[in-house]
Design a protein around this ligand. Structure first.
Ligand code: PMP
Length: 399
């Protein structure tokens, strides 16, 4: 039956971890992982998550199905975390939100819904480069995927002119994917002033924003600051959609906690959209898992635990920022002739190092340092223990 099935290519990122595992060198370094690690290189379960989980166990809740759109306490809190409680989308009852299978599931619900109901074409523009899965998610949803300029390899920074140029010249009313903060894979975000310019151009060209916010709180350590772009667009009266993930900021990766929301024009429109989102979700997975959503709402719904969680997110963000400084310092101390300022100016979990695919290969085969061939370093894999050897290895392949 399956004789004609062809071998598909392995996933680029997961392949790195596979190769890392088979390396027997004791001081090997894995910079491919997209998950936070503590300074001992270990996975980190947030103490606020442990506390919430304990409380849930003590409540001995039943395991009944959630509704199609998930756990209501969770979606309500997820909406205020992203948009803020004062957001006019919420106070005017124009925000439709559904729980999703983490950020990927939110993107997919969005893709499916827009492929059916977006009235002005099926093309979505994504930044170049973007998270490797965006293209596949949107194409499988029935959208056509094109890109706009985002990152300038020469300056290792945002190509703001190219970006604004592209957004003003793509067909009117196209859909545009925006990383709300901590752009993956480059770690390069627009400044608040640049976001304002982006909003202005998008307004002029009547473009439709699709925000992907997978790292709220993780970028700057401040969840409100990281939501600046999203909130600014809502203030500017954009109708828009948002995919949210709690994988990174709560460390709930495998629990698959996320939400997809739409800012609609009126409460009445919201109701109709709600009915169609349910029609998208029901045949996909019927209804979402409850445990992770309960953890997240236990945290966000308790003032003290919420404050504790925000402190822990800041702790993770701060460790990453400290590792950026250490890595740059070490490279400069070694006398590297290159500029490494981008390591500290970039934000979030990833650093787009500017290393070539050949240099990445050298790192892997000569130094047992593993990262994707686009030169993306997961800063979560850097620790006070391995940063010196990492800097020496990078120095060795770049000088
Ligand atoms: N969007 C971006 C930009 C991401 O980096 C990620 C996680 N790597 C996701 C969405 C979705 O991740 P998840 O499905 O684990 O929430």
């Amino acid at each position: 039956v399956f004789a004609k099935v062809t071998q598909g290519p392995p996933d680029a990122i997961l392949g790195i971890t596979e190769a890392f595992k088979t390396d027997s060198f004791a001081e090997k370094i894995n910079l491919g992982v997209g998950a936070y690690r503590d300074d001992a290189g270990k996975p980190y379960v947030l103490p606020s998550v442990k506390e919430a989980e304990l409380r849930l166990v003590q409540q001995m809740l039943d395991k009944e199905y959630a509704g199609i759109t998930g756990v209501p306490a969770f979606t309500k809190l997820a909406a205020t975390l992203a948009y803020s409680p004062e957001s006019k989308a919420i106070t005017e009852d124009r925000l439709m939100i559904t729980q999703s299978i983490s950020g990927t599931g939110a993107l997919r619900i969005g893709g499916e819904f827009l492929a059916r109901w977006y009235p002005h074409g099926k093309t979505i523009y994504v930044p170049s480069p973007t998270w490797a899965n965006h293209g596949a998610v949107f194409r499988d949803s029935g959208l056509e995927v094109k890109s706009y300029r985002y990152y300038d390899q020469k300056t290792i920074s945002l190509d703001i002119d190219g970006l604004l140029d592209d957004l003003s010249s793509i067909p009117k009313k196209s859909m545009v994917l925006l990383h709300a903060c901590a752009h993956n894979p480059t770690g390069v975000d627009p400044t608040p002033d640049q976001w304002k310019m982006i909003a202005e151009v998008m307004k002029k060209n009547e473009l439709f924003p699709f925000f992907d916010m997978a790292y709220q709180g993780f970028a700057s350590g401040d969840a409100d600051k990281d939501a600046f772009a999203l909130r600014y667009f809502v203030e500017q009266d954009f109708e828009l959609v948002l995919a949210q993930s709690f994988a990174k900021n709560m460390g709930l990766y495998g629990e698959r906690v996320g939400a997809f929301s739409l800012v609609t024009a009126s409460p009445e429109e919201k109701k109709r959209v709600d009915s169609q989102i349910k029609i998208v979700v029901r045949p996909l997975y019927s209804n979402p898992p409850v445990h992770g959503a309960r953890i997240a709402s236990e945290i966000m719904g308790d003032e003290k635990l919420n404050a504790q969680w925000l402190g822990e997110v800041k702790g993770m963000a701060d460790r990453i920022i400290a590792m950026r400084s250490l890595l740059r310092e070490n490279l400069e101390k070694l006398g590297s002739s290159r500029s490494w300022t981008h390591i500290t100016s970039q934000i979030g979990m990833f650093c787009y190092s500017g290393l070539t695919p050949e240099q990445v290969d050298d790192l892997r085969f000569k130094h047992s340092v593993y990262l994707t061939r686009d030169g993306r370093i997961s800063m979560a894999g850097v620790t006070t223990k391995n940063v010196t050897r990492l800097a020496e290895s990078i120095y060795a392949v770049t000088e």
